[in-house]
Ligand binder design. Structure first.
Ligand code: UGY
Ligand code: MN
Length: 253
């Protein structure tokens, strides 16, 4: 238990750590039987939005705003998606789906049980000569984890294709206790991150934060970042990254 009036959450101009004790729900417009916990958004300086959608059984989603793409990842419960050609697709925990900007699907998905989802949304940046990606879905369990820069104790699952039509990446990183990022990273790309399992220490800028499952982290472009997994079980996180575009094309602010 935290002492009253205190929290591990911290919001700065270049990074934020948002712990579950500080989460406050809002009503996402157009969704039915759903509460949203908006954790990262342009209101704090990010170029994307990350929220947890908490859906009751029978709850339904509204489409994203015009020009906005969406990636969902199921944390708990089961969802039915109206896939292309009217065929239903079912997602269970670890399931994910990519919804292109301005998709034609009228009712993007429905909760078959009480559900919790992590949602990333971003304004799609078109690339001349390519068309935006199509709807796709999968289960994280079916994707192999590759050793990160040669370290078999730090494994990366890349959920979406890395082709140039995609302007975002969503990955799952799993670290054995003691495994770490091989370098302090400083890069133009931005991150939104949800700790799925385990614990460790995240360096953000010049601060080091103990973190654990349920915590969310925002890293602005150029935020120095490093992670080491600690404790007795593997640490796992889901994260977003903007990719494949010229920095001059991407508006900030
Ligand atoms: O893809 C990445 O930039 C990743 N290595 N960053 C991170 O885990 N903080
Ligand atoms: Mn990074």
């Amino acid at each position: 238990m935290e002492l009253f009036g205190s929290t591990r959450s911290r919001v700065t101009p270049q990074h934020a750590l948002i712990t579950p004790d500080t989460n406050v729900p809002s009503v996402p417009p157009g969704w039915v039987k759903t509460k949203a916990f908006v954790l990262i958004s342009p209101r704090m300086g990010a170029d994307f939005t990350q929220y947890i959608a908490s859906m009751e059984e029978g709850g339904t989603a509204a489409p994203a705003l015009p020009g906005v793409e969406r990636v969902i990842y199921v944390l708990e419960g089961e969802l039915a998606l109206a896939g292309p050609k009217k065929k239903d697709v079912f997602l269970r925990p670890g399931g994910f789906a990519y919804f292109p900007p301005d998709g034609k699907i009228p009712q993007p998905f429905q909760a078959l049980t009480m559900c919790r989802l992590n949602v990333f949304e971003k304004r799609y940046v078109p690339l001349p000569g390519t068309v935006p990606p199509a709807f796709r879905h999968g289960q994280e369990q079916d994707i192999p984890g590759d050793a990160f820069l040669g370290d078999p104790d730090a494994r990366l699952k890349v959920l979406l294709p890395t082709t140039p039509d995609f302007d975002l990446a969503v990955n799952v990183f799993t670290y054995q206790p003691g495994a770490a990022l091989p370098q302090v990273e400083i890069h133009v790309m931005e991150h939104g991150l949800l700790m799925l399992d385990g614990q460790g220490v995240y360096r953000l800028g010049d601060d080091w934060y103990p973190v654990k499952a349920g915590d969310v982290i925002w890293m602005a472009p150029y935020c120095p970042q490093w992670f080491v997994a600690m404790g007795k079980s593997p640490a796992r996180y889901l994260y977003y990254k903007d990719v494949n575009r010229d920095p001059l094309e991407v508006a900030h602010g």
